[in-house]
Design a protein around this ligand. Structure first.
Ligand SMILES: *Cc1c(COP(=O)(O)O)cnc(C)c1O
Length: 376
């Protein structure tokens, strides 16, 4: 069986986890957490990076940090994972969904301004498949209307827009280290990137149950107290040890994923020129991280038949995102602004092929062979 995903393993994870255990410090903000955070601050040029239990937790931190209150509106695409919306709904926000672009499946930057009302507080972009959203006009727009810009960069670690790393462009960026993402912290994990220096102090407090414990440990205060709203948004140092093994090999993992992505791309190009499927698009000026290889088929029926065909060959290919605006909670907590030209129609045609760090060349050839025979 060729799985759809298998968590990345580089080889040094166990050594680092053992060393974390021997250090006698397993809770959050230990040595490995510090190493991971500093590495990301340097690599991505973010003022402050904080490891969290998940991207979901990072998005929740973001909603707390920008003081979302009931009645506020937050603009985002409908074609995304539930956490992008839930984090803000938990604070009482109403979600305003905007259509996506048919090429990258990212939010259509030209449709955002018309969705802004006097209740709008933030725009949340999602870099789908690790391919950057068109950030320049979105940054201009959010500055003009004095809105917060938040990046759900769960899939975008190591991608860049015009040389700027994803996650470092908005006021706040959120990464995922879930096992289905490019780098994992032993199954679950995330990071909050604080790019607006004014948000750093409060971010540390919110992450530490609403206390100034982080300042206390740095010797900046002689006791710590309850200061603000907060929760427990720390990652265990044992998980950070696993993550450190992955970050140390980040370039190697990235290169391998890109090689696999490029193999798919060139093998499927003939089918694309015959109009049998649509290949992913990476716009000019963007570098991506090969998070996903998603093809689009003629229609839902062709997709179903291809999934069954591949399953017969013991290959697991999957699709995702039932658009949020048409799901029960989405109908309750949000509304779609404008016309749904692409969100639903593209989501019904999309299929994701197996792509993970430890996928072998041979297994990838089997996947490509199965696709070729289907179209023959
Ligand atoms: C995976 C993902 C999340 C959630 O990440 P977790 O770390 O599992 O909480 C959020 N948004 C997007 C776009 C994702 O792909």
């Amino acid at each position: 069986m060729i799985p759809f995903n298998s968590p990345p393993v580089t080889g040094s994870e166990l050594d680092y986890m053992r060393s974390a255990m021997e250090s006698g410090k397993l809770s959050g903000d230990g040595g490995f957490t510090r190493r991971c955070q500093q590495w990301m601050e340097q690599q991505f040029g973010s003022h402050k990076v904080l490891l969290t239990p998940s991207c979901t937790a990072s998005l929740e931190m973001a909603a707390l940090l920008i003081n979302i209150v009931p009645g506020d509106e937050v603009i985002m695409p409908s074609y995304t994972f539930v956490s992008t919306a839930n984090a803000f709904v938990l604070r009482g926000a109403r979600i305003v969904f905007v259509d996506i672009r048919p090429d990258t499946l990212n939010i259509d930057e030209t449709l955002i301004e018309a969705a802004i009302t006097d209740k709008t507080r933030a725009v949340v972009v999602v870099h789908y498949a690790g391919v950057p959203c068109e950030m320049d006009p979105i940054v201009r727009l959010t500055e003009k209307h004095q809105l917060y810009l938040i990046e759900d960069a769960a899939q975008g670690v190591m991608s860049a827009y015009k040389g700027r790393p994803l996650g470092s462009i908005g006021h706040i960026g959120c990464f995922s280290f879930h096992e289905t993402k490019n780098y994992t912290a032993g199954g679950e994990g995330g990071a909050t990137l604080i790019n607006d220096p004014e948000l750093i102090a409060r971010a540390e407090i919110i992450r530490e149950k609403g206390t100034n414990r982080s300042q206390f440990f740095r010797g900046q205060t002689d006791k710590y107290t309850w200061r603000d709203l907060g929760s427990s948004y720390l990652m265990s140092d044992l998980q950070a040890a696993y993550l450190w093994a992955q970050l140390e090999s980040a370039e190697q993992i990235n290169q391998r994923r890109l090689a696999l992505w490029n193999n798919y791309y060139s093998a499927l190009q003939p089918l694309a020129s015959q109009g049998r499927l649509t290949l992913p698009v990476v716009p000019e000026g963007c570098t991506h991280n090969a998070h996903m290889f998603a093809i689009r088929l003629e229609d839902n029926d062709t997709r179903e038949r291809l999934i069954a065909w591949m399953k017969e060959a013991e290959i697991l290919a999957v699709f995702h995102y039932i658009p949020l605006h048409s799901s029960p909670a989405g109908e309750q907590f949000g509304r779609f602004h404008g016309e749904d030209r692409y969100t639903t129609s593209q989501s019904e045609r999309l299929l994701r092929l197996p792509l993970f760090y430890n996928l072998t060349d041979n297994n990838q050839k089997t996947v490509i062979g199965s696709l070729m025979s289907f179209f023959r």
